[in-house]
Design a protein around this ligand. Structure first.
Ligand code: SER
Length: 601
């Protein structure tokens, strides 16, 4: 079976069972509490918590209501939590997740029966290869006897069903809060291929669990793992499936080291390159923070392994083209080879220079250490020094140290490095107090990384003004769809179907700057959600808010305030602290969704 056949089989199966097929959401999640989309359910979060109604409310990407309680999708995902594991037989950073979801349409019985029917009859995986796990209960959450019974009724022998605790069989939430619940998982040959989540709870930021009004289903099956499971006779790892083989072959053309003698670099390069292509295509640029940092790390890591295989200088060009060729049918947005290659050219020429010089120094330092007695403190010191003095990536120094000192306890060294960072940040905090003294923000409360935090706070306040100014100029169609702030810029996504003219952009900018000049006090008030909605405070429609909310006002008093918005803060104390506001880019990022990037000077 090819990956394309598996994609079609899955979607058709669930369509026949009354599911609406929904396209994948971007990797750059609009859920601002997470960096990336890591699961298929993320775009459906508001439906589980009841914030959006599938029949009445507009879906953020489809721009029509979902019009169905049951949906299915194939979602591109990026997870960096396992980045160090990539290179083994099953871990990836970029992967796709097949999933079926229900927001009150069905629950455990159907979810389990559908998954089992698909695995048994459609993938024709033999029962001898299967194992099932079920939630064993923990504290206030009861043992999942119901799922256990359903599996037994479907003919799974008792000894193949294993009860496990919260660590293994409870999923979610993604980000700070959201729907979550016990799971039941299907394993094939010892590898988990399908996670069935029974969303029964909403977990708040303080970890408090509350029962959801409507129970939901969220399932996720890794496309790569499932494809491998179905081809057991022919292949041994996911890297021999058609989702990787063309890339492995492309790498093989450029090196004398064969895949079979050293598979790890091949796998890492192939995996990372997919993530790189998808991220750049979505507009991420390499940088030292947030998403840009993840992209930079993927690029640098891939380059390290390309060096290991002695690939040619522009090794990535043919690989970028291959990734696009493999995926563009399903994700047309990645068809941007010139842009992707040019971002890589620029980033890698910088990195190669840094790497060459840094590695030389590091090798010398390592030689010196070999003549001494080493401990975690000494190694951590070197890691920190390489970073501080040369900008040499921490993980690369660690990897070099692992090669030279096989017995090092990496965790211990990492912890020590973190201590160094804390001390360093304390020192720069004192510096920042001097620099930013007299500023409206209570400096003593700002944690490490202050200067960046202060800029982020200013941008955050500017975003509130921008939000209102957009409504003033463009009208009520403007609804916030997402926002992301780092110390370099604010990004604000919102719904608006028309074209935005240069005059309008100028006007929006002028309004924001005039509100900054008016030196409006910024303050908040806690009130009931109902009251906040009554006074027309703007809410981010995809969030589920608690009963008591914080509303930020910018203006002389609550009634005359120019901006009123549900928000946890922090903000400046007065708009005049923001400085000059400038819109640097306006783009369309999907049908009816616009994105504004803005800076302050
Ligand atoms: N959300 C679950 C997971 O990511 C199932 O889709 O595993």
């Amino acid at each position: 079976m090819t990956s394309k056949e598996l994609r079609n089989l899955f979607l058709k199966f669930f369509e026949d069972k009354g599911h609406k097929i929904v396209k994948a959401s971007p990797l750059v999640s609009t859920d601002s509490s997470v960096l990336f989309t890591t699961a298929g359910m993320q775009q459906f979060k508001p439906y589980y918590s009841g914030v959006l109604d599938p029949f009445k409310d507009i879906h953020p990407f489809l721009l029509t209501p979902l019009n169905s309680l049951n949906v299915c999708s194939i979602q591109k995902c990026l997870r960096t939590s396992d980045i160090d594991e990539v290179g083994d037989e099953s871990h990836l950073t970029f992967f796709e997740m097949l999933g079926n979801f229900s927001f009150g349409g069905y629950f455990k019985k159907e979810a389990i029966s559908y998954a089992w029917e698909f695995v048994k009859d459609y993938l024709q995986i033999d029962l001898s290869r299967i194992e099932i796990t079920v939630f064993n209960g923990e504290k206030e959450i009861p043992k999942d006897e119901e799922s256990y019974k359903i599996w037994l009724e479907l003919g799974i022998p008792q000894e193949k069903i294993i009860f496990k605790g919260r660590e293994d069989n409870f999923w979610g939430p993604t980000g700070k809060e959201g729907p979550c619940g016990p799971t039941s998982e299907i394993y094939v040959d010892g590898v988990e291929i399908w996670n069935l989540v029974f969303n029964e709870y909403f977990q708040y930021e303080d970890k408090k669990l509350e029962k959801l009004k409507t129970k939901g289903i969220d399932t996720g099956a890794g496309l790569e793992r499932m494809l491998k499971a179905v081809q057991k006779e022919k292949i041994e790892t996911i890297f021999e499936t058609d989702l990787f083989k063309p890339l492995i072959e492309e790498i093989q053309k450029q090196t004398n080291l064969s895949y079979y003698s050293s598979p790890k670099p091949y796998r890492i390069i192939a995996d990372h390159l997919k993530g790189i292509v998808f991220l750049i295509a979505e507009g991420i640029e390499p940088s030292n923070i947030d998403r840009g940092y993840v992209l930079r790390r993927l690029i640098r890591r891939a380059q390290r392994y390309a060096n290991y295989l002695s690939l040619k200088d522009n090794w990535y060009e043919s690989l970028v083209l291959k990734v696009i060729e493999m995926y563009k049918e399903f994700y047309p947005e990645i068809d941007q080879a010139p842009k992707i290659i040019s971002v890589l050219n620029e980033e890698l020429s910088k990195f190669q220079k840094l790497l060459k010089e840094g590695l030389k120094i590091l090798k010398k330092e390592i030689e010196k250490l070999k003549t001494q007695e080493i401990n975690d403190q000494v190694l951590a010191n070197l890691v920190f020094k390489m970073y501080e003095s040369f900008g040499f990536p921490i993980e690369l120094t660690l990897e070099e140290l692992k090669i030279s000192f096989k017995t090092i306890d990496e965790e211990l060294v990492k912890n020590k490095v973190q201590e160094f960072f804390k001390i360093h940040q304390e020192i720069s905090k004192k510096g920042a107090t001097k620099k930013f003294g007299g500023h409206g923000i209570d400096i003593s409360k700002v944690e490490a990384g202050d200067e960046e935090e202060i800029i982020k706070t200013k941008l955050h306040s500017a975003t509130h003004l921008l939000h209102q100014a957009l409504i003033d100029v463009l009208g009520n169609e403007v609804k916030q769809m997402g926002s992301d702030i780092n110390f370099e810029r604010a990004r604000f996504d919102f719904s608006y179907s028309g074209k935005i003219t240069n005059e309008e952009i100028k006007k929006i900018e002028e309004i924001v700057n005039s509100k900054i000049k008016q030196a409006l006090p910024v303050f908040f008030k806690e009130m009931s959600k109902e009251e906040a909605l009554k006074i027309n405070a703007k809410a981010f429609f995809k969030e589920k808010y608690p009963e008591i909310v914080k509303v930020y006002f910018m203006g002389q008093d609550e009634n005359s305030a120019y901006s009123k918005e549900f928000c946890g803060g922090p903000h400046v104390k007065n708009t005049k602290e923001i400085g000059n506001f400038r819109i640097i880019k306006v783009e369309s990022i999907g049908e009816g969704i616009k994105r504004i990037r803005a800076k302050i000077f």
